[in-house]
Write a protein that binds this ligand. Structure first.
Ligand code: HEM
Length: 450
């Protein structure tokens, strides 16, 4: 079958300029051009699948023909190392079952306690009327929560703090690399590179000590690290120390900035939709009555859950994802040759009127069970789909619920820049992040009025 090729494009550069200049428009144009579309990134053709049915073929039905890869992925590979996020399917086939138990629902109650504690410690510092960099704060919160969920068995707080500090340097490096996509630049012994190398050495040293200590005692501390150390593959082999290092690093990269950015989007969404915010506050006040959230509260917060779900639809941080084709195949009758790069855009899917009524309106009630039933499952892809779907989905959802209840329940946040000015590069995020805090009075507010 002949393929739809996107018109336009420049010699040598192809459609790269369009993609860089107006990325969100570009992926929507691709979507409207057909179920499988081709465009050129530089001299290289890239195939894009644009419908839920085609995403299902790519990620589930024909997933054996595709592996992690493609243009976006290559930029972050060096930082992700060989952990689950960045490894190929052969490695993932062994690693994923070993990692799954650490993210099992049964473990979430324990993680909830940690996340609630971390969030409360940060919120206690907030001052009514002050202006904060909400993105920076949420990055500290998610980094802190994940570090403590990983190493709750480490009694000395210095170790957790050290991991957090070095991870900050490493995660910052991801952004730097993404914005300067010229690989040799990152090899120059410039201060950022030297700092990053030192941070990586430090991470190895600290994680080595933790691993040695956990292995020595053999105890299950109920944290992510214990689960990974205790995990075995079918042949009864555990993870090597190098694998454990890689998993810690890739999890930190995949599981901190993503949730933090979602919190920033939610602050903007609630400011723009005071009706939604008021209804959510009503629910939080009723269920929590000003106290901290427990694991058992989560299912009672139905509307808040729908707000988080709707934010994941409107603002998918992983807005564009890629694969490469490992063996010749067909999608919608179009031949995809081995070696080709293939992309799909959760953003374009989420904004498609064929998938969602009034896709640009922020409507948490579209997630009411009776309305959500009609939705194609592959039309909603904030966490990807298939064998490489985000392993941290429940962890992240729980974390966002807790952080919404802690930061966006008792406080109204007013953006300093009312227009978020969305940016779409490695992630989809607002350009601005400063917010003015104003304290709400809560049902059983024991604190003195601010
Ligand atoms: C709102 C927060 C998050 C979002 C939007 C998100 C999104 C995603 C997406 C879209 C993928 C699939 C990428 C692809 O198909 O190429 C993914 C994979 C992954 N994520 Fe998340 N993620 C989030 C939070 C987390 C957290 C908290 C963790 C860990 C604690 C985590 C760990 C991972 C891992 C390990 C993978 C790789 C899974 C595999 O390849 O088998 N993520 N994430």
């Amino acid at each position: 079958m002949p393929i739809n090729v996107l018109p336009g494009g420049l010699p040598l550069l192809g459609h790269a300029v369009d993609l860089l200049r107006r990325p969100l428009d570009f992926v929507e144009r691709l979507r409207d051009a057909g179920p499988v579309v081709r465009f050129n990134l530089g001299p290289k053709p890239v195939y894009v699948v644009t419908t839920p049915a085609m995403c299902k073929e790519l990620l589930i039905t024909k997933s054996q023909c595709f592996d992690k890869g493609g243009p976006l992925f290559k930029q972050s590979k060096t930082l992700l190392g060989n952990g689950l996020v960045g490894c190929d399917r052969e490695q993932a086939r062994r690693a994923r079952p070993m990692m799954n138990p650490a993210f099992h629902h049964g473990r979430l109650a324990r993680y909830t306690e940690v996340m609630t504690q971390v969030s409360a410690e940060i919120a206690e510092q907030w001052v009514d009327g002050s202006t904060v960099d909400f993105d920076a704060l949420m990055n500290v919160a998610t980094m802190d929560a994940l570090t403590r969920c990983l190493f709750s068995g480490v009694k000395d707080t210095d170790t957790a703090a050290e991991v957090r500090a070095v991870m900050q340097v490493i995660v910052n490096g991801v952004g730097r690399r993404a914005f300067i996509p010229i690989s040799w630049v990152h090899k120059l012994p410039l201060p950022p590179k030297l700092r990053e190398d030192a941070a990586l050495r430090e991470l190895h040293r600290v994680v080595d000590n933790v691993i040695a200590e956990y292995r020595r005692t053999g105890a299950d501390h109920g944290d992510l690290m214990s689960m990974m150390i205790l995990a075995q593959d079918d042949a009864g082999n555990g993870m090597t120390d190098t694998q454990l290092h890689d998993e810690v690093r890739s999890m930190m990269v995949a599981g901190t900035e993503t949730s933090a950015t979602m919190m920033l989007w939610m602050a903007y969404a609630l400011h723009e939709h005071p009706d939604v915010r008021d209804r959510m506050h009503e629910e939080l006040d009723l269920v929590l009555a000003g106290r901290r959230l427990d694991y058992e509260d989560l299912p009672k917060l139905e509307y808040t859950g729908r707000v988080v779900q709707e934010a994941l639809r409107m603002y998918p941080v992983a807005w564009l994802l890629s694969r490469y084709c490992v063996s010749d195949t067909e999608l919608a009758g179009v031949r995809i040759p081995a070696g080709a790069d293939v992309m799909f855009s959760p953003y374009a899917e989420h904004m498609d009127p064929r998938n969602f009524d009034n896709p640009r309106s922020f409507d948490p009630d579209r997630w009411l069970p009776e309305r959500a039933r009609a939705m194609h499952r592959q039309a909603f892809l904030p966490f990807g789909s298939g064998v490489r779907k985000c392993i941290g989905e429940s962890f992240a959802f729980t974390e966002m619920m807790i952080m919404v209840a802690t930061f966006l329940g008792p406080w109204n946040l007013t953006p300093v820049h009312p227009d978020p000015e969305p940016l779409a590069s490695t992630t989809y995020r607002p350009r601005h992040s400063h917010m003015v805090l104003s304290r709400r009075s809560l049902p059983t507010d024991e604190r003195p009025p601010a």
